[in-house]
Write a protein of this length. Structure first.
Lengths: 246, 298
């Protein structure tokens, strides 16, 4: 009750303060995805109409009933796919979230022991987004085509051991590069603080370390000599390592 | 395959870690030895903790992805008699060199193990594996040759100035300074020779040894942390019950840790022995890295 009053009060404040529509979730219905189980038909979910004014809350609402709902909101910031924090309101089937200008993917999953799992997905825009903002990447480790004259010969997983260990699949991917390339690729791990016998950054790792630090550790740096072909942030799979070297 | 019980919790008399020497080794003394030598002591990182209930899965994954410590060890050494050699007290140094070699090999990401007693593995020559001389540390740790050396002593020496390469290497690296590996039996992967005091090391040897120095260590505070380190592919060196050994793999089906004993054989320690080994346990997590793996000493 208190939460509802607080929410309504906040809504009134926002409406009065920022000229928002008093009916924030009436206009747009996002299309439901095909159900993940053999249930009959999708369920309707409404969100605040796009573009939602900057600094305004986005409302997500459904009349569907289920034992449990999971709301996921994703956006892209600085090249990274990020989860957006959401809040469930006191009234069942209503959520809100906020965020800076951008495009957001919304997925509401309904879980019920009797009827299974169904999902509804859609997109909403907050603020004025320039038309050339890229979509959320579906394959963040897809490598760009490589100039055949620049042959990959070094792949280095740079990390800080106080933050993480080398994931086992990544270690195995490096092993595969070493053996399957016939040793034409030097694929190694490099811990950020390691030095050579003279206490310096080893010559063979100077480029990789600099690039990895720019990208943020851990990172996989792919080189053709001293030329950096690509940097993959925080790979976790064997295939990500193999694909990065192509 | 069930482990032969005669290989579990074996006691080796007169191998170089007598009680009076072992008494020097406490966690604090080991940590001081390493930091005094200019290396870094790192606290056991939270992210390395693996719940005991997950150890079987972690061990299975480590084997699948070839990230066990034993996957980066390609040889046994032999401090015992035979092959013209005599039984020595070098055990702490034989153990330490396994830990250093595994750390050296792991970051190159070419799995070369597990080792086979008295066999030269083909993978050794195809990798950048370097074999360190156990004697290059022991000669300084105990100038009297007999009586053994504490883990504190050998950690301190290695942290301060590094290992000399063994005269036998899996491939030709053109090292300017080397030393035979042991006064014991040695073998196909370890050279042997007579006692050589520090004063008779090859002139300028420090210039080569500095390239093979441990940089960072973890000192586990519990046997469970020791197992976690093994599951992360890191050798854990322990001194216990009169002998020092390198633990190289956790075997969850049998609840034992395997070690490559310095007698050309794999043996195993039970959990009760691991519990007694914590105070003298250490793990090398990183070594100096060369500017060129094919010329590791420049």
């Amino acid at each position: 009750m208190i939460k509802s009053i607080t929410t309504l009060g906040l809504l009134a404040f926002l409406t009065l303060g920022f000229g928002l529509s008093p009916e924030p979730y009436a206009e747009t219905t996002i299309q439901a995805a095909p159900p993940e189980t053999n249930l009959a038909g999708p369920f309707a979910v409404t969100v605040s109409p796009s573009p939602v004014p900057e600094h305004s809350m986005v409302y997500v609402k459904t009349e569907h009933t289920a034992e449990h709902f999971e709301l996921e909101v994703l956006t892209v910031r600085n090249g990274w796919v990020e989860y957006v924090s959401t809040e469930q309101l006191a009234r069942p089937g209503e959520w809100v979230f906020v965020g800076p200008p951008g495009q957001y993917s919304v997925k509401l999953r309904a879980v019920d022991s009797k009827t299974g799992i169904v999902s509804a997905v859609g997109k909403v825009t907050i603020g004025n987004v320039p038309p050339n903002v890229p979509d959320v990447p579906t394959d963040p480790v897809t490598p760009a085509p490589v100039d055949p004259k620049k042959k990959v010969n070094r792949v280095t997983y740079v990390y800080e051991k106080d933050q993480n260990s080398v994931p086992r699949p990544v270690a195995f991917g490096l092993q595969r590069l070493n053996t399957e390339s016939g040793r034409s690729i030097v694929a190694t791990e490099f811990e950020e603080d390691t030095t050579d016998g003279d206490g310096q950054v080893p010559d063979q790792y100077k480029v990789a370390l600099e690039e990895a630090r720019k990208a943020g550790l851990p990172a996989l740096v792919v080189q053709a000599g001293t030329l950096v072909i690509r940097v993959i942030k925080a790979p976790t799979t064997e295939q990500a390592v193999i694909d990065a070297a192509k | 395959m069930a482990i032969n019980p005669s290989l579990i919790d074996v006691t080796i008399p007169e191998s170089g870690y007598p009680a009076e020497v072992a008494a020097e080794d406490t966690r604090e003394s080991l940590m001081s030895a390493v930091t005094d030598g200019g290396a870094i002591v790192t606290a056991f990182p939270d992210h390395m903790w693996i719940e005991p209930k997950d150890w079987p899965d972690a061990a299975r994954d480590a084997k699948k992805y070839r990230t066990r410590a034993i996957d980066y060890i390609d040889r046994f050494t032999n401090q015992g008699s035979g092959n013209g050699g005599y039984s020595t007290h070098e055990c702490t140094c034989h153990s330490l060199t396994r830990g250093a070699e595994a750390a050296w090999n792991r970051r190159r990401s070419i799995p070369i193990g597990p080792p086979v007693p008295r066999v030269r593995l083909e993978t050794s020559a195809q990798s950048t594996s370097v074999w360190f001389s156990c004697l290059s540390i022991y000669a300084e740790a105990n100038s009297r040759q007999w009586g053994g050396a504490s883990c504190t002593q050998v950690l301190s020496i290695s942290a301060k100035r590094g290992f000399l390469p063994d005269k036998i290497q899996p491939r030709d690296y053109g090292f300017k300074h080397t030393l035979h590996g042991t006064c014991g039996a040695g073998g196909v992967n370890q050279s042997r020779g007579s006692w050589t005091p520090l004063s008779q090391f090859p002139e300028g040897w420090q210039e080569t040894a500095k390239h093979f120095r441990p940089l960072e260590w973890i000192f586990p505070e519990s046997w469970e942390q020791m197992v976690c380190l093994l599951l992360h592919g890191i050798v854990v060196n322990v001194g216990r019950d009169g002998h020092a050994v390198p633990l190289v793999e956790w075997m969850p089906e049998d609840n034992v840790a395997a070690y490559t004993d310095s007698y050309d054989v794999i043996r195993f320690d039970s959990v009760s022995r691991l519990r007694r080994s914590v105070s003298g346990a250490s793990a090398i997590v990183s070594m100096t890295t060369p500017d060129d793996y094919d010329h590791p000493a420049g």
